[in-house]
Design a protein around this ligand. Structure first.
Ligand code: UDP
Length: 237
């Protein structure tokens, strides 16, 4: 079994919603924080990229309202900051030492993203929150996660989803006979255009040779996601 030490976790906005239809719920935020806390307590170096889809997804607002893409995406990126602030609080409450770095300049809330500092925080055992996406429109937080995972030389990228329990050959919510994969290569995900992950995120992880584990956020712990081969789907080189 691989011994993954440095972990990049992508937390989607939906995980923070809990039972609510929109935004965050205290139970959703606590559950995310507890899962991260357990991983950290197990001696892992943990960095997190927060999503923002629980508040705002740029492209959906463009379709709905006719807003230009760039301001719509800017609001989406700001949503990732709100999630980061709440998650930081919850993690601090559990006793973690947390640092938050933002790609958007917002110094009263988060430190500006700086690679050297990020590496130092991880080596010192601090939980690191990356917020603000890439700081640029036309990206997603999956791609942000792949980018930051590459920069910090993460051993694995954990993608916890709230919708499915791994990667399937077709959408299991629509196709009764959909088949789940335990493992796939980066090339297979790209060739088959398996929609669970942004293809740009997959390409980036392939270049940096960082495995991606896709699994259901509500099933088991993040440690199980790391250690159990049949839990979710692993994408490797
Ligand atoms: N976003 C962006 N650039 C980035 C990351 C995110 O413009 O580098 C915007 C984009 O509008 C996206 C929104 O932020 O829809 C929220 O991110 P995402 O949809 O990835 O969140 P999740 O679905 O994971 O909660």
């Amino acid at each position: 079994m691989e011994d993954y030490k440095r972990i990049l976790v992508k937390v989607s906005g939906e995980a923070l919603m809990g039972e609510e239809p929109f935004g965050t719920s205290p139970s959703g935020v606590s559950l995310v924080a507890e899962k991260i806390y357990t991983l950290h307590q197990a001696g892992k170096e943990v960095a997190i990229v927060t999503g923002g889809g629980n508040f705002f997804r740029g492209i959906q607002q463009v379709a709905k309202t006719g807003l230009a893409r760039t301001p719509a995406d800017q609001v989406g990126m700001l949503a990732t900051l709100m999630n980061g602030v709440l998650l930081k609080e919850a993690l601090t409450h559990l006793g973690c030492e947390v640092r938050m770095m933002s790609s958007l300049v917002c110094p009263t809330i988060a430190d500006p993203y700086k690679w050297e500092k990020a590496m130092r925080h991880l080596k010192r055992g601090r939980v690191l929150l990356f917020v603000g996406g890439t700081g640029h429109p036309y990206f997603t937080t999956d791609t942000t996660a792949a980018l930051r995972a590459s920069e910090i030389e993460a051993d694995i990228f954990l993608k916890a989803t709230t919708r499915v329990d791994g990667i399937y050959d077709s959408d299991p919510r629509k196709q009764a006979g959909a088949k789940k994969y335990d493992s796939l290569s980066f090339e297979q995900v790209l060739e088959k255009k398996l929609g669970i992950l942004d293809l740009s995120a997959v390409t980036m992880c392939m270049t940096a040779n960082i495995p991606i584990k896709v699994f259901n956020f509500y099933e088991g712990s993040f440690l199980e996601a790391l250690n159990s081969p049949s839990f979710g789907t692993i994408v490797t080189g």
